[in-house]
Design a protein around this ligand. Structure first.
Ligand code: ZN
Length: 342
């Protein structure tokens, strides 16, 4: 498997993680990418450095005000004399509160969905590098068309919780959405299969009105699980996109054997849609030992999931999303890729 990587991920090193009403050690840290990379190298995969695709691909997905915010807020926050070195919101526009304020506190709240995406000095550079990793992997797969090639993008920070104009859930730029949109300059329709334990809410939001991107997310039932407000089966898309969003919520603690029929449901939808390129938003946080505790997939189970996805025999770009047990990330990605490569 060709693996794309950028060391610039390390420029984003959050100091805080807010959960259960208090601050904790962050989960989404540079050590995650190091763990994934060691697993990849031990398994003998070829590692390629990412290329720079410039501002255009991210501008095709995210809005200009949001991109300006991400790029400049760390500096403006410091200049405004804020107490914490990282940018964090303390208010969000609730229902029936939608005006865009001019002050910096309101601006931060406006462009964020929660308190788990702190923005530090190098966050923008790392997020841009992560999207370039996904774009480089996409280019490798597009180059092989019409053959069903594949590549793995070792993205960090992850992206699937980032909306067109909001960051949250450890995500800033939606890597898989940027890559999928980019592919549409060469092909007619693409699909995104999100197997992260959390609903791909940002990705769903970005493509909700469109039929040229089928979005499917398998995730732990959000009834009492992040992102809480979306990920339900009744969310099917709107307008032109009606019928092109499929959510498959799965009961908490579901293990390997019981997971596979849900994946089969997603595969049936993918077969009938027949995308020119398949993108997999590849979270490894459905792992039984993940600190975010959702599903109970084993290391071997990731191999079975990889094998089941590769049976579709589609050109496939694998884009790393979550996965927070650093002791097992290397083994879990190796198991997935081994299964995928058969
Ligand atoms: Zn996740």
């Amino acid at each position: 498997m060709k693996v794309v990587f950028s060391p610039d991920h390390a420029r984003h090193h959050p100091k805080t993680y807010f959960k259960s009403g208090t601050f904790h050690e962050p989960q989404e840290v540079p050590g995650r990418a190091d763990a994934l990379l060691s697993g990849i190298e031990a398994a003998g995969h070829e590692v390629i450095q990412s290329m720079d695709f410039g501002p255009k691909p991210r501008g095709a997905v995210h809005n200009p005000g949001y991109l300006y915010f991400l790029e400049t807020i760390s500096e403006r926050w410091k200049a405004a004399g804020m107490e914490n070195e990282e940018v964090l919101p303390n208010i969000h526009p609730g229902r029936r509160m939608n005006s865009m304020p001019e002050g910096i506190v309101g601006e931060v709240g406006y462009y964020t969905t929660d308190m788990s995406a702190p923005i530090g000095e190098g966050t923008w550079e790392a997020a841009v590098a992560s999207s370039n990793v996904a774009l480089t992997a996409t280019e490798l797969v597009l180059d092989q068309l019409p053959e069903a090639g594949s590549a793995y993008a070792l993205c960090r920070p992850p992206g699937h919780h980032a909306f067109q104009d909001m960051c949250g859930g450890f995500c800033f730029l939606n890597n898989v959405a940027i890559a999928a949109q980019y592919a549409l300059s060469e092909v007619n329709r693409v699909a995104i299969l999100d197997v992260d334990v959390h609903h791909g809410n940002g990705t769903q939001g970005i493509f909700y009105n469109r039929s040229d991107v089928l979005t499917i997310s398998l995730h732990c039932d959000p009834t009492d699980f992040y992102p809480f407000f979306s990920g339900y089966a009744h969310e099917r898309g709107e307008g032109d996109g009606e019928g092109y969003n499929l959510n498959i919520p799965i009961p908490p603690q579901t293990g390997d054997a019981d997971y596979m029929p849900y994946l089969e449901q997603a595969k049936q939808a993918l077969r009938s849609y027949a995308p020119d390129v398949l993108f997999v938003a590849l979270g490894l946080d459905a792992f039984e030992g993940d600190p975010l505790i959702g599903l109970s997939i084993t290391t071997g189970g990731f191999g079975q999931i990889g094998a089941a996805i590769s049976e579709l025999d589609m050109p496939t770009v694998l884009v790393q999303e979550g996965g927070y047990n650093r002791d097992f990330l290397g083994a879990n990605i190796s198991s997935f890729l081994k299964g995928f490569e058969g």
